[in-house]
Design a protein around this ligand. Structure first.
Ligand code: RM4
Ligand code: MN
Ligand code: MN
Length: 400
């Protein structure tokens, strides 16, 4: 496959055809009611069931044309009918199941960790759940197992960091060995939360080491919200890409920590720089980087579908701007140590308004030129609320 960013395009017309190559996976959990540890504010139109979530994802795909895949969280989404029902429900809506996200952070038994728990029976239970998730993924044709662990400790002395590290290595190797050849393992890192002193996979270096030990199809998953303040994410991306260890992204934005804000709402220049890093890596390697572009956001206050559409169009805009960087000029400026000219290559591309070109591109593909306006005009939200609210009331809880 030709590199996603291949070539050196300085003008908009030339980059537009490449836009269709970017598919963005949406998370099922982005459509359900979520909250913070202080509480949940419910939305009448938020999804209750897996079917609702898939309906919402299908609406995002209808509007944007680039979101055919939905990530699922095994415990939150698995229908009674198991894998066949899941795959069929997605296919019926013109979608497919994307990354499979096991959940070993919620059950009471995981209070002191999952695969790094001191209790071997709990470690076994966690690994077994992940192995079940591998089988589920295989049955629904998923090509990625996305692993995020809450494992960590809250106080100095609480756990043996070394013992826990070794248990992680063992668990990931066992899971890797059980994966079909078509599946890759994406190892996610996060510096803190819910653990507040140490997290077993706290940063990209730890994720990288564990992925390498697990096997050749294990790569690192970069969630843009999972970095300490000031960290240079595009540097991490460039490094991992060049090592062949960049597996994918969980896009979102943050101001403080894992805030799950809509991508680009706080720092669009950062996302642009991440895309430029990928473009440069593809050029340096001379090949396509098989990277999964996924969204990991759950909006507490914004309407869910609107927030998702806003995110998707923002990611496309920033991707288009990154395609506009004149990599030849950038390289030439670097070689003559012209810092200003090099930086201007980035600034010029970032400052280009790509929205009209994107609207045209959408229209040419039979998509709404303005997906957000089309969604608002469609009446989807009001229909979903009317249909879902009685079910929510019937299910009791805060809606009763
Ligand atoms: C974590 C991480 C994971 C997501 C969970 C719900 O912070 O971002 O990717 O699955 O949240
Ligand atoms: Mn994530
Ligand atoms: Mn997160």
């Amino acid at each position: 496959m030709a590199p996603l960013f291949s070539g050196n395009h300085a003008d908009l017309a030339a980059i537009l055809p490449r836009l269709g190559r970017l598919t963005i996976e949406v998370p099922s959990w982005g459509f359900a009611d979520t909250g913070t540890r202080f509480g949940k504010f419910l939305q009448d139109a938020a999804a209750l069931s897996l079917e609702d979530k898939l309906d919402d994802a299908a609406q995002v795909h209808r509007l944007t044309g680039c979101c055919p895949q939905v990530a699922v969280h095994v415990l939150w989404d698995l229908p009674a009918g198991g894998a066949p029902a899941l795959a069929a429900a997605a296919a019926a809506r013109g979608l497919r199941i994307g990354s499979i996200n096991p959940n070993v952070f919620q059950d009471q038994c995981y209070k002191h960790g999952s695969v790094s728990n001191e209790d071997p029976a709990i470690r076994r239970r966690a690994v077994d759940h992940i192995l079940d998730s591998v089988r589920l993924g295989e049955a629904v044709g998923s090509r990625a197992l996305a692993l995020w662990f809450a494992d960590g400790t809250n106080y100095p002395g609480q756990g043996s960091m070394i013992r826990r590290k070794r248990w992680f290595a063992e668990a990931l190797a066992e899971v890797h060995a059980a994966m079909p050849a078509s599946m890759s393992m994406l190892v996610e890192y996060k510096p803190f939360e819910p653990a507040f002193y140490h997290t077993d996979i706290a940063d990209w270096g730890m994720a990288h080491a564990l992925a390498r030990q697990a096997g050749p199809r294990a790569k690192v998953l970069v969630d843009t919200g999972h970095h300490l303040p000031g960290q240079n994410i595009e540097h991490i991306v460039a490094f991992l890409a060049d090592e062949g260890m960049l597996g994918g992204f969980h896009f979102n934005d943050r101001h403080y920590a894992d805030d799950d804000l809509t991508t680009g709402s706080i720092d669009p220049y950062r996302v642009f720089r991440i895309f430029v890093a990928i473009a440069e890596a593809e050029r340096a390697l001379g090949r396509d980087l098989p990277v999964e572009y996924m969204i990991d956001q759950s909006h507490n206050l914004k309407p869910k579908i609107e927030a998702m559409v806003q995110t998707v169009t923002t990611v496309q805009e920033l991707f288009a701007k990154a395609l506009l960087v004149d990599l030849d000029a950038l390289d030439a400026a670097r070689r003559r140590a012209d810092i200003v000219a090099a930086e201007e290559c980035l600034k010029r591309a970032f400052a280009t308004d790509v929205r009209a070109a994107l609207a045209e591109w959408r229209a040419s593909r039979g998509l709404p030129a303005d997906p957000l306006a089309a969604h608002r005009a469609s009446g989807y939200e009001a229909r979903a609320a009317a249909e879902r609210l009685p079910r929510k009331r019937a299910s009791g809880g805060s809606y009763a």
